[in-house]
Design a protein around this ligand. Structure first.
Ligand SMILES: [Zn+2]
Length: 81
C-alpha cells in the first residue's frame, strides 16, 4: 500500500506555500515603499516650495503643498492656504 497524502496535510502544505509567497510579496512591497520614500524625500528636499502633507481623504495620495496651494494629484481636492 503506497503512502497517500492526506487531504489535510496537502492543504496545510498549500497554505504554507501561499504564506511564503505572501511574505515574499510583502517584503518586496516594503522594499519598494522605502525606495519611493527615499526618492520622494530627496525630490522634496531639492525642490523649492514643495512640501508633502498628510494623506488626502480620497486615500489615493498624500497632499502636496506648493505655491500656497494644498492639493491632491489624484483627485480634484485643492485649497488655498
Ligand atoms: Zn485625493
Amino acid at each position: 500500500m503506497g503512502r497517500r497524502i492526506r487531504p489535510d496535510s496537502a492543504r496545510r502544505r498549500q497554505l504554507h506555500r501561499r504564506l511564503r509567497d505572501l511574505e515574499a510579496d510583502l517584503e518586496e512591497c516594503s522594499r519598494h515603499l522605502v525606495q519611493l520614500e527615499n526618492t520622494l524625500r530627496h525630490i522634496v528636499r531639492t525642490t523649492d516650495d514643495v512640501t508633502i502633507g498628510g494623506p488626502c481623504r480620497c486615500g489615493q495620495s498624500l497632499l502636496i503643498l506648493s505655491n500656497q496651494s494644498l492639493y491632491c494629484p489624484q483627485c480634484s481636492y485643492r485649497r488655498t492656504v
